[in-house]
Design a protein around this ligand. Structure first.
Ligand SMILES: [Zn+2]
Length: 199
């Protein structure tokens, strides 16, 4: 099994539950040639949710969460995804972490649980799209704690926008694929410089 949306772009997936955050980002219409928006209608979105939650269960060892979308929930989920995409794209500009109050865009419910093994876990809560938002935000939070979330990026090529996991040693990657998106961008920049010189 693979992450259904991320697999469309033949990308390596982010580790563990962070793969769910990446997969939600990759439901957008992205890539070249352009892939479909997997949240464009309820049937497609529910199919994505079913596959993505099954994959989440496979990588985390947790039971498959039951998430049933309705039309209103799909609108909310799409808005949540688009904001997460925008913020992931902005993050490459390295917003400094601040202690002062930051406006809240979304909130989801989760429960802190003390297990018999002595470990504390954060468990997603809620129903419908809220359950999915909770799963995604728990995974993003765990990624922040593990310092893996900052490696989850969107491709700098505006025609692409695929969400990739940067495994480079110094976290310097900006293209989902240097050969396709990086070289195309370099070529465009080269041609632009030529036009300026020849003008
Ligand atoms: Zn790309």
């Amino acid at each position: 099994m693979t992450w259904p949306a991320t697999a469309r772009y033949e990308l390596e997936s982010a580790p563990g539950g962070l793969g769910l955050v990446q997969d939600l980002l990759n439901t957008v219409a992205a890539g070249a040639p352009r892939q479909a928006d997997l949240l464009s209608d309820l049937a497609a979105a529910q199919a994505w949710v079913d596959d993505a939650t099954a994959q989440w269960s496979a990588v985390t060892g947790q039971p498959v969460p039951q998430v049933a979308l309705d039309a209103d929930g799909l609108d909310e989920l799409r808005a949540f995804r688009d904001e997460l995409h925008r913020l992931t794209t902005q993050a490459r500009e390295d917003v400094p972490e601040t202690e002062s109050a930051v406006p809240v865009l979304h909130s989801a419910t989760a429960a802190l649980q003390l297990g018999e093994d002595g470990l504390v876990r954060l468990e997603s809560r809620g129903t419908g799209w809220r359950r999915l938002a909770s799963l995604v935000l728990v995974a993003a939070f765990e990624g922040q704690r593990a310092d893996t979330r900052r490696r989850l990026k969107t491709c700098r090529n505006p025609r692409c926008r695929a969400a990739f996991y940067d495994r480079s040693r110094n976290n310097s990657g900006v293209w989902h694929d240097v050969k396709t998106c990086g070289n195309a961008a370099n070529l465009r920049a080269y041609r632009a410089r030529q036009r300026v010189q020849n003008a």
